[in-house]
Write a protein that binds this ligand. Structure first.
Ligand code: ATR
Length: 243
């Protein structure tokens, strides 16, 4: 089995996918900026990909149809709940951002039945649109939207899904959102502690995690979709963390 990186030209994603499968390829992972195009290109979509509006996993079914899936949300939930032992059921969760990254994980997060899920974003209207889009999946969860300056109480779990740190920015949150037992998760990852997690540590957080585990878990879930085998991720996490 061979798994390598392919750089598609910005205006040639569909051709690259077609050539890959014509050449005998079995499955593709897709990353930015092509996740929305992958979703559009597919003949069929897994239920969890449908609402996400983006796909990170493509494969052909036995009829040769292109199927899109999205394993990002499962990757995040698996990393939080299994690798880090964080309970999401009945938790009060604050998620920052309302772009593609957040939209991709809302379904699997809501499926964990948190007590509340607050979506905070710079552009409040985008957070509100996401809350409306996922209202029917909220079930027992109180799902709401707001700006960064609004939350003033502590949360059990805070997830950063903005790309603010790419511009060296921080979402302007009150430090009141953090208590000593708050779990802080930055979907970004880097060799050093991420900008957001540094801010959280400075403001009293003790348990902070970055998105490396999510990266590994979404890949493992894609592998399961393609091959029907659940890979053991612990050794991979170990190697990547320590190399
Ligand atoms: P992605 O696919 O990574 O989610 P995106 O769809 O462009 O990318 O969304 C980026 C997210 O990061 C958005 O929530 C964006 O806020 P806006 O909706 O207000 O644009 C957020 N973001 C980007 N730069 C930011 C910054 N400097 N400060 C705060 N939020 C920022």
């Amino acid at each position: 089995m061979e798994y390598t990186a392919i750089q598609a030209p910005l205006d040639g994603f569909a051709d690259t996918v077609r050539q890959f499968f014509e050449g005998g390829g079995m499955g593709l992972n897709v990353t930015v900026p092509f996740k929305e195009q992958a979703w559009e290109l597919a003949d069929q979509r897994a239920a969890r990909a449908e609402k996400a509006g983006a796909a990170n996993t493509l494969y052909q079914n036995s009829e040769g149809q292109l199927v899109a899936d999205n394993t990002d949300g499962q990757g995040l939930v698996q990393d939080l709940t299994v690798n880090h032992g964080v309970q999401l059921k009945n938790a009060n969760i604050l998620i920052l951002g309302a772009g593609g990254a957040v939209r991709g994980v809302l379904g699997p997060l809501l499926a964990q039945q948190p007590a509340s899920l607050t979506i905070a974003n710079r552009t409040v209207a985008k957070a509100e649109a996401l809350a409306t889009l996922f209202a029917d999946e909220a079930n027992v969860t109180k799902l709401s939207a707001c700006g960064f300056n609004e939350p003033d109480q502590s949360f059990d779990v805070i997830i950063n899904g903005t790309s603010a740190s790419l511009q060296g920015d921080l979402p302007p949150l009150s430090s009141n959102v953090i208590a000593a037992d708050t779990v802080v998760y930055d979907m970004m990852y880097s060799l050093q502690t991420t900008t957001f997690n540094l801010w959280a540590l400075d403001n009293g957080a003790v348990r902070v995690f970055d998105g490396l585990g999510m990266l590994i878990e979404q890949a493992a879930e894609s592998f399961r979709v393609w091959r029907g085998v659940q890979p053991d991720t612990a050794p991979i996490i170990d190697v990547l963390r320590n190399d």
